[in-house]
Design a protein around this ligand. Structure first.
Ligand SMILES: Cc1ncc(COP(=O)(O)O)c(C=O)c1O
Length: 472
């Protein structure tokens, strides 16, 4: 492709994206294709000769697009948001254009130093203490894995890195029963094993019970096991419950355990002064992650990982073959040693674009609007006798179910009815929402956080849900 063709196709694709972002609501939110339908459209072998871009782009629109679920649709309420924005997409495009590999300072000083400064900006925006130093990871799952590795190396005096875990004893990780599945995945990958995970009890709001944490650690010590790490969640996946860091932190500290905070979604909310409380006690944490790629208008992937002791992180993950050594290594950060992978994308660019183009005030306004809409939706649910709220709503996510006013449906019928309701609403294509299970109850979740979502879209969601309640 020569630059003339690149320019022409590039303009066309940018135009297409601009129209798409303006009118994503023309599409059904959730793709309705059947398994294998898209695969069957793709020839079994790569073409021998290059094809014209026009044809490729046409096939994208006609063949691929029907298999896309529209995460940036204003009526996407499933899982958690993965929102994006114009500035972010342009930053991502520039990053692709530069094609930089930001593995070392020397391989692009701007990539490293902009990333350092973006982590300072983010740290200060969410009110973390200045003792935290940050690095961008691809996902919260990777950041949590890094934290578990740091904890493992602290507990074993770096012996696990050298000799494996055979001599390490029974290392234990504590997290609430509501913690994200990335913790168990990290425990498996880092060699602790899933059995190392100790589920800590939660209170009525599904937040970690610090008393139970203390008891579980003490019992493990008495049994000769080796407590190693606590993972607290600020904004659990099911209900956005918030573990109390100011109570959990001192327990972890007293026992000398690494404290990692998974604030994947909720961390963004701390840019609001009125929501700062969710990170109160974060000064006790050794590490913390939150995802601008969830709720800070920065397209996937971009996960902000902070540690109090970057030297420990580097010591845990360093590799230093001759071919990666540079003359500047003593003066600079080489981010390759702050994460799992060697090669790294220039993600700071899109974050810089987002933070500058919107500015903190506008970002706060947009996040506050999502939280306010979740509060309104919760009030509609709570005020209707045929529905019920199933969890507190501290942030942007509402957990609820249909439960007809006479309350005579048995638990199985309620579960089946709510599942049928969710399937019917999603198949209709106007909105998309997903579920969780709370104490055996099939629970609908409405997560509000897309860039284009406004009150009217949330009203439509409420309409759509009420229009699809099962016939009795
Ligand atoms: C609390 C929590 N932690 C971690 C994750 C995983 O995030 P990622 O996809 O960035 O690994 C999620 C995803 O929803 C989450 O809700």
């Amino acid at each position: 492709m020569d630059s003339k063709e690149f320019r022409q196709q590039g303009h066309e694709i940018i135009d297409w994206i601009a129209d798409y972002l303006d009118h994503a609501d023309r599409f059904p939110v959730m793709s309705g294709v059947k398994p294998g339908e898209i695969r069957d459209l793709i020839p079994p072998r790569a073409p021998e000769e290059g094809e014209p871009m026009d044809r490729i782009f046409r096939d994208f629109q006609e063949g691929i697009l029907p298999g896309v679920t529209h995460w940036n649709h204003p009526r996407f309420f499933a899982y958690f948001p993965a929102n994006n924005s114009g500035p972010s997409i342009l930053g991502e495009l520039l990053s692709a254009g530069l094609g930089v590999n930001a593995m070392l300072w020397q391989t692009s000083p701007a990539a490293t130093e902009l990333e350092e400064m973006m982590m300072v900006w983010l740290r200060d925006l969410v009110g973390l203490p200045g003792s935290f130093h940050g690095v961008i990871q691809d996902t919260a799952s990777t950041a949590t894995l890094c934290a578990l590795l740091c904890a493992r190396e602290r507990a074993t005096g770096f012996a696990a890195n050298e000799h494996g875990l055979a001599e390490a004893g029974h290392l234990r990780i504590y997290c609430s029963s509501e913690a994200h599945s990335s913790v168990v995945k990290g425990a498996k990958i880092a060699g602790f094993g899933a059995a190392a995970l100790v589920p800590v009890a939660v209170d009525a709001a599904r937040a970690m019970d610090p008393g139970d944490l203390d008891r579980k650690i003490t019992a493990d010590l008495a049994a000769g096991l080796k407590p190693c790490c606590v993972v607290a969640t600020v904004g659990t996946t099911s209900t956005t419950a918030i573990d109390p860091l100011s109570a959990v932190g001192p327990v972890a500290r007293r026992h000398g355990l690494w404290l990692h905070v998974d604030a994947a979604l909720a961390g963004t909310a701390a840019i609001l002064p009125q929501m700062r409380w969710i990170l109160e006690g974060a000064e006790h944490a050794d590490s913390l992650v939150f995802n601008p790629h969830k709720w800070l208008f920065t397209n996937f992937d971009c996960s902000a990982f902070f540690v109090q002791d970057p030297e420990h992180l580097e010591h845990t993950l360093t590799i230093n073959p001759d071919y990666l050594k540079t003359d500047r290594d003593d003066e600079v950060h080489n981010y390759r040693d702050w994460g799992i992978q060697l090669g790294r994308r220039f993600r700071a660019l899109k974050l810089w674009f987002v933070l500058r183009r919107f500015g903190a005030r506008k970002l706060r306004e947009m996040v506050a609007a999502h939280i306010a809409l979740a509060g309104e939706f919760a009030a509609w649910v709570g005020g209707d006798p045929d529905w019920e709220l199933l969890a507190p709503v501290p942030l942007n996510t509402v957990c609820f179910r249909w439960n007809p006013r006479d309350r005579t449906l048995d638990p199985d019928a309620l579960n089946a009815g709510n599942k049928a309701l969710m399937d019917a609403v999603n198949a209709a294509g106007r909105i998309y929402l997903t579920h969780t299970v709370l104490d055996g109850r099939f629970t609908l979740r409405l997560a509000i956080g897309q860039t284009a979502t406004r009150r009217v879209h949330v009203e439509e969601a409420w309409e759509e849900l009420r229009a699809h309640v099962p016939r009795r």
